[in-house]
Each structure stands twice: as C-alpha cells, then as structure tokens.
Ligand binder design. Structure first.
Ligand SMILES: *[C@@H]1O[C@H](CO)[C@@H](O)[C@H](O)[C@H]1NC(C)=O
Ligand SMILES: *[C@@H]1O[C@H](CO)[C@@H](O)[C@H](O)[C@H]1NC(C)=O
Ligand SMILES: *[C@@H]1O[C@H](CO)[C@@H](O)[C@H](O)[C@H]1NC(C)=O
Ligand SMILES: *[C@@H]1O[C@H](CO)[C@@H](O)[C@H](O)[C@H]1NC(C)=O
Ligand SMILES: *[C@@H]1O[C@H](CO)[C@@H](O)[C@H](O)[C@H]1NC(C)=O
Ligand SMILES: *[C@@H]1O[C@H](CO)[C@@H](O)[C@H](O)[C@H]1NC(C)=O
Ligand SMILES: *[C@@H]1O[C@H](CO)[C@@H](O)[C@H](O)[C@H]1NC(C)=O
Ligand SMILES: *[C@@H]1O[C@H](CO)[C@@H](O)[C@H](O)[C@H]1NC(C)=O
Ligand SMILES: *[C@@H]1O[C@H](CO)[C@@H](O)[C@H](O)[C@H]1NC(C)=O
Ligand SMILES: CC(=O)N[C@H]1CO[C@H](CO)[C@@H](O)[C@@H]1O
Length: 638
C-alpha cells in the first residue's frame, strides 16, 4: 500500500505539472458560462454515437437522456419502422436537448446545460459516467459543480445526480453564411477530426464554429457547431458506412488560426486521463475496503437507529404494536432520501391545516423555501417507497424524502410539488380556474403518461405495474407536462394473482376484477380509459354509474365506415375543443388506440411500447408535439 501511495503522490505531482501547461483540457472544464439574456432556453441537439453494448438500442439511449425513442429517431433519420431494431456500433444519432442557462452561485456564475437526471448504479463514478455513458458530452468537474450535495468519493447506488449535458443556444450574432443559426449541435471532437471536416459534416462553416468556441480545442472536448438546420444523417442501412453523410459544405473562408487539434495535447490529455483513472480506481478500492469494514458495524447501527425511530423519544412506550418488520424495511431507504422531522412537516403545513390540503391526505408544505407535496399515511408506505426508489423518470412524480412519526403511528412521504394539480381537475372540474385544454395539449399529456408507463413496464427490473392509473393520479407541471403519481398500489413483479382487489371503479381491467390477474396490460387498460377522458371530457364513471369505457366500446366498436365513426366521434368528443382547429384524423387515431387498449382479452391489447409509438404517430404533427415546442425542429432533406 505504501508503494502505491508513493506512486499516487508522484502521479498527482505530475498532474499538477500538466495543468500548468498551456492547454486547458476538457477534463478541467467545469462548464460553459452563459448569460441568461434572451436566447435561453432553446432546443439543442447532441451528436451521440451508439457505442457500448449497453446502449445499442434507442430505448436505452432514450432512457439515458430522458427522451422517447421517437424523439431521437426523427431528427436522426431513422425510419419509424426501425425504432425497436438494435443499432449498429458507431451509428450516429441526434439527441434533442432542452438547453437552459443555470445559475450555480453568485461567485461561480451561470453555465448552460441540459438537465439530465441519472440514478447512480453499481461501479459508477462521475468520471466513468461522463466519459463512457455520456461519451464526454459532459465532464466530471461540471457534474461536481451542479451536484454540490453529492460527495464524489461516496456515491451511493440509487443517488440521483444531474448530469449537465453541455449545450449552447445561438444568439442573434450566431450566423452561418450570414443566416442566423437555429441550433447548436454539441459535438465531441474525435481523434480523426479537424475543423474543416467537422464543418462539412454538419453543413456549418469553420468561421462559424470558431466564433462560438474557444480558440483551441482538443480531442474529446465538447464543441458547439452552429447550424441553420439539422443535417440529415445517413444511417447504416441506407448507405455503406456508419458515418454521417457529409452535407454539402457551405462556402466560407476557413480560419486556420483556430481549432487545430494538436497531437501534443492529445498525448497530454490521454496521460492525464490515465492518471486520473488510476487514482480513481485507488479511491474506489479504498472505499470498497472501508465499506467492507463498516458493513458489519453499519448493520448494527441501523438496527439501533430503527429501534430509536420506532420508539420515538421514548415516551411512546405503548406503540410496540407497530409493525417492526415494516420499520426494518423502511430503514433500507434511509440513506437514499432526506429524512424529515415531524416538526418540520407540521411547520411546513401549518399543522396539517385544511388550507394546505391538496386532496385526500396530501398536503402542500414549504420547507427551506422549497414547496413539497406531503402525503400522510398509516404504516403502509413501504411498498411505495420500495418501488419509488427504483424509478426515476421525468414522467413520474419524484419522491424527495419521508418522515416517520412514531408517536402517532404515521408515515409521511414527501414528493416534489407538481404545480398544476391533477388532470382530473383540468378535465372535469367546472370551477372557472381551469381553462379547457386544447387537443394538442391533451395528446401531449397522453404521450407523457404512456412514456412514464413505458418506463415502469419496460425499463425496471422486475417490472412495475402501477395498478391505479386514472386522471386524478396524473399531475401536470407548470408546462402542462404530465407525471404519474401515487404508487401506493403499485406492484413489482408480473402475472401475480391477488385475492385483494384494489383500484378505482371505471378504470379496472375486467380480468383483474374477475380473476385478480396483475399484469402490465391492466395499466394499458386503465390508460385507455384516461385517453377516453381526454377525448370526451367525460368522467370514467358517471353519476348513474355508467362506465365510460363501455359507452365508448358500444358507440364505436361495430362501426366500420370511417365517415360514420367520425360523425359519432364529433357527437361524443369534448366540444370545448372545437374552439381550436382539431384534426379529425388525430382524434380518430387516438380513439383507435384507446379502443385497442380496452380489449377484453389482455393479450390482444397493445403493449405500452406500441401505444407510445402509435400515439406519437397518430398525431399529424407528431414531431412538433412530441418535442418541446421551442423552435420547430425539422429534418430537412436536401
Ligand atoms: C484548469 O485550467 C486552468 C487554466 O488552464 C488552470 O489554471 C487550473 O489550474 C486548471 N485546474 C485544474 C483543476 O486542473
Ligand atoms: C436518410 O436520409 C437519406 C438522404 O440522405 C434518405 O435517402 C434516406 O431514405 C433516409 N433514411 C431514412 C431511414 O429515412
Ligand atoms: C435544471 O436544474 C436546475 C437546478 O438543478 C434548475 O434551476 C433548472 O431550472 C433546470 N432546468 C431545466 C430545463 O429543467
Ligand atoms: C462492478 O465491479 C466489480 C469488480 O470490479 C465487478 O465484479 C462487478 O461485476 C461490477 N458490477 C457491474 C454492475 O458492472
Ligand atoms: C472521453 O474522453 C476520454 C479522454 O478524456 C477518452 O479516453 C474516452 O475514450 C472518451 N470517450 C468516448 C466515448 O469517446
Ligand atoms: C460556488 O460554486 C463553486 C462550484 O461549485 C464552489 O467552488 C464555490 O465554493 C461556490 N461559492 C459559494 C460562495 O458558494
Ligand atoms: C434578436 O433579434 C430579434 C428580432 O430580430 C429581437 O427581437 C431580439 O431582441 C434580438 N435579441 C438580441 C439579444 O439582440
Ligand atoms: C452582436 O455583435 C455586436 C457587434 O458585432 C455587438 O455589439 C453585440 O454586443 C453582439 N451581441 C451579442 C448578444 O453578442
Ligand atoms: C481534415 O481532414 C480531412 C479528412 O478527414 C482531410 O482530407 C483534410 O486534408 C484535413 N484538413 C486539414 C486542414 O488538416
Ligand atoms: C432496405 C435495405 O437496404 N435493407 C438492408 C439492410 O441491411 C441488411 C443487412 O445488411 C440487408 O439484408 C437489407 O437488405
């Protein structure tokens, strides 16, 4: 070990030496400064190559960047038929990003990036995730800057970190061939590149690239390529190679002063990298050793902690009846979430006063200036906690922490506060506060819910079934993007049979009601009902107890002529949407999807993957609605 330490010191010394050199390498890049005036946020794109085996399909890359497969396939010139096919190594992709200018603190200033949240997995370090999974589209020093609360050397599996994917927004002065640039592509310089090859690959100009990047850049630096429109990538099957097609170069004088990739710099970069790798490994090894040593102790301590939590301050002596096992389970989550004190929550919610009540047993509370939604439960929070700690997706409501009040025997889950409340109130409450949603927004909401479901059905192991999808469990944020809430009934594991039927009348799939069969297809069914609510503006079950889905099936099932169907739909739909122009094709498309989801036979219902795909497609202007509506991204064939 001593020898190793000595080596490390030598290595560090050398590192210091290197960083005194002239080249500022990407490894030392904490991010790109921005000023929030005007152009932020904007639509941007990252150029990404499908590389490691883990990321050879659009679904896993989509999960990594928190976008749907279609949002990648469209700008990347991948036909919609092959979104499910595996990608070939080195296949080029454009990943859409929402680029914003984020203030770090007053001394540090603001840097521009796209927020990508990422859950730490075994063996992850900021360095490895930045350089391998995100392929150097960010750097670990920048990850450290935007995650001041995480300790680099002590990352826990399940921690949430923001990976700031570098991006930049063009301003009025950013031009390519005297035309204002519409997008900036974040691009990581490869060893074989030079400025002119990059410019021609993306249909930009050397001068334009030089004007928005610092004077020198090295291999594996992220640079920004301004373009007036996204170039068309040529995908493996349509042409010979995996390289993007060089789009015709715009004319423009080259500016050789800048942008030379220097061999020396590469050498230094790689040496530095190796050194950091070695020290990273060492730190990892150390922490591993430590972990083992502490594991036994921790266990003991945890047990004691549980005891303490359970017993409260000792006054609650009579509460031993509470489920000890449950408490033991909850303690698994202690280190992943903020544990709130009951006093904190009481203060935040004005003593759980009615004025803070959102709905049911959910209260709105402000803690340290942040607003949270606080759900009060009896001791049955464990299932929800267990499931929520596995999931992390923009279309699922995020759990921030919890609190256990042993005095009262209550458990509180503390969630992110979602500003605009539930979809149910927007659709069904006539309080004058809620403007009627237009069709475009409704379709977007449908796609968001489907994306959230796709995540829990397809990308969690074991799969999670929500079991209680309904409009009151769909929350809308300030941009009217939907998030699925309330995992209180959710189940992990598939095809279980339950005796104990739970769920909400009007949304429950028939096979579950009849036989208690739990499968992802029951969520698909309930989702179909939510689509019907979006189309019709009616409630899932009316005052006389008529089920919406039955009414829809009866109205539309037998009709084969499109004309007749359209006629009935015009009768049936939410008429408030007629204030805007609504595409009948789009309505019919979504109705068709809803009806398919409601098939009595679960195996005949589409999977949520098919639903996501069909929904995006059924929308005429699929591209615009499935994207953040900034600018109008277009894939232009030249
Ligand atoms: C980063 O680069 C700057 C200048 O290029 C240098 O002064 C600084 O020491 C470097 N920082 C690190 C952590 O290497
Ligand atoms: C990709 O773009 C090329 C034109 O460069 C076009 O011929 C081809 O059909 C496109 N491929 C797909 C899958 O859209
Ligand atoms: C990104 O995260 C920062 C804080 O972490 C927040 O201030 C900012 O609004 C977020 N931006 C987007 C586009 O979500
Ligand atoms: C993490 O690293 C250990 C040891 O290097 C290895 O055995 C294990 O398979 C790795 N785990 C994952 C998930 O890659
Ligand atoms: C990222 O950069 C490092 C050097 O800093 C390099 O070793 C690594 O291969 C790069 N990753 C990718 C995916 O190109
Ligand atoms: C501002 O942020 C930087 C980067 O995280 C940090 O080094 C610095 O200490 C912070 N300054 C203050 C005043 O918080
Ligand atoms: C950019 O130009 C547009 C219109 O041409 C103008 O409205 C906007 O204020 C300009 N922004 C800046 C930062 O100059
Ligand atoms: C644009 O360029 C003009 C002159 O070239 C300069 O005065 C102005 O500050 C620039 N604006 C921005 C937003 O960079
Ligand atoms: C840039 O690279 C291309 C091939 O990748 C080569 O043909 C060209 O000569 C290079 N230009 C310079 C200035 O090195
Ligand atoms: C349409 C087309 O060109 N398809 C080809 C895609 O690539 C496979 C394997 O390389 C060929 O077999 C297909 O014909």
């Amino acid at each position: 070990m001593r020898v190793f330490l000595l080596l490390l010191v030598l290595v560090l010394l050398q590192l210091v030496d290197l960083s005194h050199g002239q080249t500022k390498s990407q490894e030392n890049n904490t991010g790109f400064q921005c000023s929030a005036r005007g152009s932020y946020p904007c639509q941007a794109y990252a150029f990404y190559r499908a590389q490691s085996a883990e990321f050879l399909d659009l679904a896993s890359i989509g999960d990594l960047f928190q976008v749907s497969r279609l949002m990648i396939s469209k700008p990347s010139n991948i036909s919609s038929g092959s979104v499910s096919s595996p990608l070939t190594p080195n296949q080029p992709l454009f990943i859409p990003l929402t680029c914003s200018c984020n203030s770090i603190n007053s001394t540090f200033g603001s840097i521009s990036y796209a927020n990508i949240s990422y859950t730490i997995k075994p063996n992850d370090t900021f360095f490895l995730v930045s350089t391998i999974k995100f392929e150097n589209l960010t750097t670990y020093p920048s990850v450290e800057v935007v995650n001041p609360k995480l300790i680099v050397t002590n990352l826990q599996i399940g921690d949430n970190a923001i990976f700031p994917i570098f991006c930049k927004c063009p301003d009025n002065n950013t031009t390519v061939s005297n035309t204002r640039a519409n997008y900036m592509i974040s691009y990581v310089v490869q060893p074989s590149d030079n400025l002119s090859s990059i410019a021609s690959r993306f249909g930009s100009q050397e001068k334009a690239i030089a004007s928005v990047n610092s004077n020198k850049f090295n291999v594996y630096d992220t640079i920004f390529v301004p373009v007036t429109r996204l170039p068309v990538l040529s995908q493996p099957n349509t042409s010979a190679g995996a390289a993007p097609s060089p789009t015709p170069t715009s004319t423009g004088s080259s500016d050789n002063r800048t942008g030379t990739v220097r061999g020396l710099a590469i050498g230094l970069g790689i040496a530095g990298l190796l050194l950091i790798l070695v020290s990273g490994l060492w730190i990892y090894r150390e922490s591993l050793l430590k972990d083992r040593m502490w594991a036994a102790r921790d266990e003991e301590e945890q047990r004691q902690k549980q005891g303490r939590l359970f017993l409260g301050d000792g006054k609650g002596g009579g509460k031993q009846k509470m489920d000890v096992k449950l408490m033991a389970n909850v303690s698994d989550c202690l280190d992943k979430y903020r544990v709130f004190g009951i006093e904190e929550l009481i203060e935040a919610t004005d003593g759980f006063s009615d004025s803070c009540l959102i709905q049911g047993s959910v209260y709105k509370g402000t803690i340290d200036g942040e607003i949270y939604a606080i759900k009060k439960m009896k001791w049955n929070a464990y299932e929800e906690l267990k499931i929520l700690q596995k999931v992390n997706h923009g279309n699922l409501v995020k759990l921030e922490g919890f609190c256990i009040d042993s005095e009262e025997g209550n458990c509180y889950l503390v969630y992110e506060y979602v500003e605009n409340g539930s979809l149910y109130t927007w659709l069904h409450e006539e309080d004058g506060k809620h403007e009627k949603l237009n069709w475009k927004t409704r379709v977007r909401i449908g796609i968001d819910i489907a994306n959230g479901l796709q995540y829990i059905h397809e990308h969690t192991r074991p799969r999670v079934v929500h079991k209680d999808i309904k409009s009151s469990n769909i929350l809308l944020d300030s941009n009217m993007r939907a998030k699925i809430a309330n995992f209180g009934l959710a189940k992990s594991g598939m095809n279980a049979i339950t005796m104990h039927i739970v769920g909400t009348q009007g949304y429950i799939a028939p096979e579950y009601l009849a036989d208690g069969v739990v499968s992802t297809k029951m969520d698909v069914f309930s989702f179909g009902v939510v689509l019907l609510e979006l189309i019709s503006g009616r409630e899932a079950i009316d005052e006389e107890g008529n089920l919406l889905w039955m009414s829809a099936v009866k109205t539309f099932e037998e009709v084969s002529s499109d004309q007749e169907k359209a006629k009935r739909l015009r009768e049936w739909m939410d008429k408030t949407m007629l204030r805007d122009t609504v595409s009948m094709d789009s309505l019919l498309g979504v109705l068709g999807i809803a009806i398919a989801c409601l098939h009595k036979e679960p195996s005949k219902r589409p999977s949520i993957v098919d639903v996501v795909y069909a929904l995006c497609k059924s929308d005429d202007a699929g591209f615009e609605t499935s994207e953040e509506g900034i600018g109008s991204p277009r894939v232009t064939a030249r």
